[in-house]
Design a protein around this ligand. Sequence first.
Ligand SMILES: *Cc1c(COP(=O)(O)O)cnc(C)c1O
Length: 527
Amino acid sequence: METLRLNTLCGVDGRWNSFASNTLSLDDYFNPTDFEDAARIAVEKLTGVLEPRQTGGVELRRPKELTEAARALMTGEHGDVFNAERFSKIVDLYVETGINLNSRGYMARQFSSVLPVSAVFDMVSAMSPQPASYYEAGQLANVADKIIAQEFGRLIGWADDSFEMVTTSGATLANTTAVLTARNRRLSASWNEGMGPKAQRGRPAIAIGEDAHFSVSRIAGIIGVGQDQVVRLPLNDKRQICIAGTKQVLQAAAARGLDVFCLIASAGTTSVGANDPLVELAELARQYDAWFHVDAAHNGAFLVSDRLRPRLSGIELADSFCLDAHKTLFVPALCTLLFYREKGVADSAFPQKDSYVFDPFEDEMSNFQSGIKNFECTKRPAIMNLWLAWALYGRAPFEQKLDHLVALTEAAHSYLNGLPDFEVMHEPETNILCFKHTPSGIDHADLSDLQLQLRNRVRAAGHRFISKVDLDGATVLRIVLMNHRIELSDIAALVEEIRSHAQDILAEQAGLTGNPDAYAPLRLNVG
Ligand SMILES: *Cc1c(COP(=O)(O)O)cnc(C)c1O
């Protein structure tokens, strides 16, 4: 077989690009007809996904079974011509096993149902890419970066040309990039010399809220600060960083010889969506000469809403902040905007001068190169998904959808608050709401475990998809309303479903039903 293949590749039989048992030419794989067929099939199927009455949660299959199903869809070793049926089945399998973001039962996570035109443009970007780090390779993408930055600058309240924005693939990278910038500015030798014993002001440390996203607490390990130098800031009863507590903790940290060079706030937190008190934290950071970064991955989008913008008061004081457009601006993942208040500082994140990255001279294009400010080299031009929708529709759909989702969450809060057998954990500041079911007949000590079982049963039943979160060591249920088609009646239906699962669980525990399979779904405890 190997010899045969080699012979044909070497042109022994006169057909350079054909393989032993495969008579397709390379052009056969790249022909426009297959492209059209595949695109038509995909569009037909995905149009169904947008059907307004969509319900259903997530269909969790066992990995082994799914692997078998996927294997069964693969052509043999020698390949085949484009097979529309095979393609169609692969799309079906993908959609079926994915989260139905447009379902009225989807309330689990921060993944967004996306603006359909942006999704279409995602394919345009894939077929005609502008790998966006360099102007010559991504002209419109780099221009769109600047335009979106200007649009947001106005909403933030920053003067044109006084600030800077880079796009990254996710808030995880944006947060890391911002803290790297802060580190390189405080410890300017660290980029070349590492984090050796040269620090002058004490051991470098970063301060983060107790509820900060796990990607934030990771950064200390990544950039060489070390987990032991992460200073945890206490929370108040709204689960925001507590200012009085922070003052004490920062004083104690300084007394221990720590140099907090970066203070990171959240807007909002992943657990309950809380916005930290940004104005006061900006002032505290200033007192300690620390960089002030806001992880606004979720609520940064409030900038586009006249009603919600006041909740982000103080974001304009941040040295840097990021927002995930793939969450609350409803464009395909990943698309994150990282803002720096001061123009020019973005160059400190990766102070490299390699010649293939950096032209030795500056010209009108230099200012549009994002490669030197960015972790990534080849990078999807994710900004196009946002700019395209903004170009077509303006700010309206973003503001409308976000306002609607937050109002809906507030309505869900009042509704649940009025029920005797539910306890809401907080006033919602965004489209995230945490609560627990407290049926009579259950020990207080078992409530936490009950919530976990309820989440698992709701998910396994497949009608709805919700999440859970641990607050102060106790599990509670969590909904994130990302689909604007959800109505209060869907929340009422969720309540009914939860009550019914709770009754089943209590009955099983009382030994009234001895069904050994009753707990089967619990064993498949994925994320
Ligand atoms: C989602 C989220 C992140 C992680 O962002 P990715 O875009 O998934 O990398 C970080 N912080 C907060 C507050 C988030 O909500």
